[in-house]
Design a protein around this ligand. Structure first.
Ligand code: F6P
Length: 558
């Protein structure tokens, strides 16, 4: 007899019965009946405050959800994850991104090997590289100091570093040779083409970031960049001894879990940063894949980012379930998705520095938990990851908030903002203006979650209004406040979501660490490309795809 699936267990059934009562309860009623709801549903850890009082739940709901977490053996799963058990079962390996942020004095022995020394050896190698750049000593083939670094990567080899460098741009170190960091990910070459048109090849270096070093998006950008460098540098400077080997050596760094493939590509061995198969791509910004972050903010700030994530790891491992931020955030999501049928989730930061946070979470959450098969290969009989998307909150107010307020979809929202900002601005008049703008953003953040919660009841002089001016409210949200946006609090914020994803996966009994769903698309794209390039026969194609390909051929002929 196969063991019962999670939705057949007692805790799930009890929640389903409880949800039948709760579905008809409006959030405004939950607030009307409880004076201290904010305090009752707010928790703090690692520089973050999480207010879950605007979720459509009450004490009993949370107690039942905690029963579900215990029934799914979440505490045991957390211990297994952090200890390096092979939690990525389809690929038979651990998922040890948490090891990347252990302090040097820690020890984590996994299958007979202490991982901490090799993690810190890589960090030391990164530090040496970063120092060379910041001292103006990393020189291109013609002897000029590198000033532009372009990261070529996609997915986890792009989104995390892109999001963090943008978020921490205020933390650039002073008094060092400035390095501008850029990102090109798209296979169509449009981002890269823009850089190639305006950067100087003599002072530009490319970081090839790819865990597998087989991703066509990244490798095609890399080939274009290589040809650009070779053509521009060797053409003009061959007589000065600039040859292909020198260009390769001085203008490329490789970051990958495959040193062999970096060798084949021609990356100089001492300019390779290797990491481990046990680091998932979308969980990899904490080590060598974070090189662009370290280049931008310096190694001390990069280490603060790691320390912040480690603080969240410790909280995740030590705090009781009822006070555990990742567990609670996960349970709120489970309640919405599986019991209130709310299957859309919007991420809404009220701080422009978090512009790429939603894009980063889209991969983290949907590539991790967009699954429908349990660990033992059965189809799930319940929903898993919701559709998750987002945008800077202030801009989204003028874009899709209309749907949140008056559309037909129920949507869970995460509002994210720092409590304090702009203390470092030197000019006092500008500082006062900017601080006031920050308060304006906070006022909007709090107002939006309030209106989404209360609907019409948020309006004090509530006279009769036509239907098109009415707000139904009852949209649940979480509000996450960072003390300030620093490397440390950003680290703990990201780790919070990583662990939230893990807890949900545990309850849904799915593997958050593989991504087999993207493989078929890659294979079929390869076959389609061969046809487009006239290297294979179109006859077996479906009618629509054949029509589209023929349109391209026709356009090219004309
Ligand atoms: O296609 C999905 C994916 O495999 C992601 O999981 C990964 O982050 C991305 O591609 C890039 O992979 P790589 O770092 O191996 O180039």
């Amino acid at each position: 007899m196969p063991h019962p699936t999670i939705d057949q267990r007692e805790a799930w059934q009890a929640l389903a019965a409880h949800a039948r009562e709760m579905r008809s309860t409006h959030l405004s009623e939950l607030f009307a009946g409880a004076l201290h709801r904010h305090a009752a549903f707010t928790r703090q850890a690692a520089g973050l405050t999480l207010d879950l009082s605007k979720q459509r739940w009450r004490d009993e709901t949370l107690e039942r959800l905690l029963d579900l977490a215990r029934e799914a053996e979440v505490p045991e799963a957390i211990r297994g994850l952090l200890a390096g058990e092979r939690v990525n079962r389809s690929e038979d390996r651990p998922a040890l991104h948490t090891a990347l942020r252990l302090p040097p004095e820690a020890s984590l022995v996994v299958e007979g090997e202490d991982l901490v020394p090799s993690v810190h050896k890589t960090l030391e190698r990164m530090a040496t590289m970063v120092e060379r750049f910041h001292a103006g000593q990393w020189r291109g083939a013609t002897g000029r100091a590198i000033r532009d670094v372009v990261n070529l990567g996609v997915g986890g080899s792009d989104l995390g570093p892109l999001m963090v460098t943008h978020a921490l741009a205020d933390y650039r170190p002073q008094g060092v040779h400035t390095i501008e960091v850029h990102f090109a990910s798209t296979m169509d070459g449009s981002q890269l083409a823009d850089y190639l048109a305006r950067l100087n090849p003599e002072t530009t270096l490319f970081v090839l970031s790819s865990k597998s070093f087989t991703t066509i998006d990244t490798l095609s950008n890399a080939r274009t960049a290589q040809d650009w460098l070779m053509g521009r540098l060797m053409g003009d400077n061959r007589e000065e001894g600039v040859d292909a080997e020198l260009v390769m050596r001085q203008h490329f760094i490789g970051v990958s879990a495959s040193p062999e493939k970096m060798n084949e590509w021609g990356i100089a061995e001492d300019h390779q940063l290797a990491f481990w198969e046990w680091v998932g791509g979308r969980y990899s910004l904490w080590g060598a894949i974070g090189l662009p972050i370290a280049l931008m903010v310096g190694m001390p700030h990069f280490r603060e980012l790691l320390a912040g994530a480690h603080a969240m790891d410790r909280h995740f491992s030590e705090a009781p379930l009822v006070d555990n931020l990742p567990v609670l955030l996960a349970l709120a999501g489970i309640w919405n998705v599986n019991f209130l049928d709310i299957r859309a989730h919007s991420i809404l930061p009220y701080d422009g520095r978090l512009e790429f946070f939603a894009a980063y979470l889209e991969q983290l959450e949907m590539e991790s938990n967009g699954k429908s098969v349990t660990h033992d290969g059965r189809g799930v009989g319940y929903s898993t990851c919701p559709v998750l998307w987002g945008q800077l909150g202030p801009n989204a107010q003028h874009a899709f908030y209309q749907l949140l307020h008056q559309g037909t979809q129920a949507v869970e929202c995460d509002f994210i903002a720092p409590l304090l900002r702009y203390d470092e601005v030197e000019d006092s008049a500008t500082r006062a203006h900017l601080k006031s703008q920050h308060r304006l953003a906070l006022a909007n953040c709090f107002a939006q979650s309030r209106v989404l919660m209360l609907g019409d009841e948020a309006i004090e002089d509530d006279g009769p209004r036509p239907a098109h001016k009415r707000y139904r409210g009852n949209q649940p949200s979480s509000t996450l406040l960072l003390d300030r946006l620093t490397p440390a609090t950003l680290g703990s914020l990201i780790a919070l979501y990583e662990h939230k994803v893990f807890v949900q996966a545990r309850i849904w009994d799915i593997n958050p660490f593989d991504q087999w769903g993207v493989e078929l698309g890659k294979k079929i794209a390869g076959e389609t490309q061969r046809i487009l390039e006239h290297q294979a026969d179109i006859a077996d194609m479906d009618d629509s795809t054949r029509g589209l390909i023929e349109a391209v051929w026709a356009a090219e002929r004309n």
